[in-house]
Design a protein. Structure first.
Lengths: 79, 79
DNA sequence: GCAATATTCAACCAAATGGTTGACGATTTA
DNA sequence: TAAATCGTCAACCATTTGGTTGAATATTGC
């Protein structure tokens, strides 16, 4: 999907969409390939795998274990 | 886990932690129960179920289907 | 060859976020 | 009973975010 196609349904400037797509690319959620003057964007299927796995574990601990949660967050912040 | 216990490992004010916990409560990610002067916090286990399910679906579409992704986002924004 | 299209950039601005401090009220402890 | 503790509130401030506009570059189409 081209950048202008992504932008089409939104009531905001192309420059703003371009900014968002840059962030999504940097986050690894989408990838972009330039062919001619058009940049083609596509989703990266595995991009949220780790986040999804982490979310599935959310709450698996006993409520008392916010310590474990905090440790996890610290570790994630270090990454 | 009490609010002060949550705050303990972080190098920031209790007021800031309290703000964050208010947001997490409002988001349904944790719940809080006051007993005496202490507020006990616990994770809500199912809080991220919908997000996790959505993330698992991320990328399942053909790359051409950013349309479907957009429709999904619109729908989510309406919710 | 020039106009149109696609896209980004820089500069700008308003709104939102994320923290602090000091004060305060409720509860507990000594 | 007073001090200590727990937690929130309001006000404030700096930073970040999220958008715009106009200009610019690269590419395509007529």
């Amino acid at each position: 999907m081209a950048v202008t196609d992504v932008a089409d349904p939104f009531d905001m400037s192309l420059a703003a969409i371009s900014k968002h797509l840059t962030i999504l690319t940097r986050a690894g959620l989408i990838s972009q390939e330039k062919r001619g003057r058009v940049k083609w964007c596509k989703l990266e299927p595995d991009a949220m795998r780790n986040a999804s796995i982490w979310m599935q574990s959310f709450g698996q601990f006993e409520a008392v274990n916010l310590d474990a949660f905090e440790q996890f967050l610290k570790q994630e912040l270090q990454d």
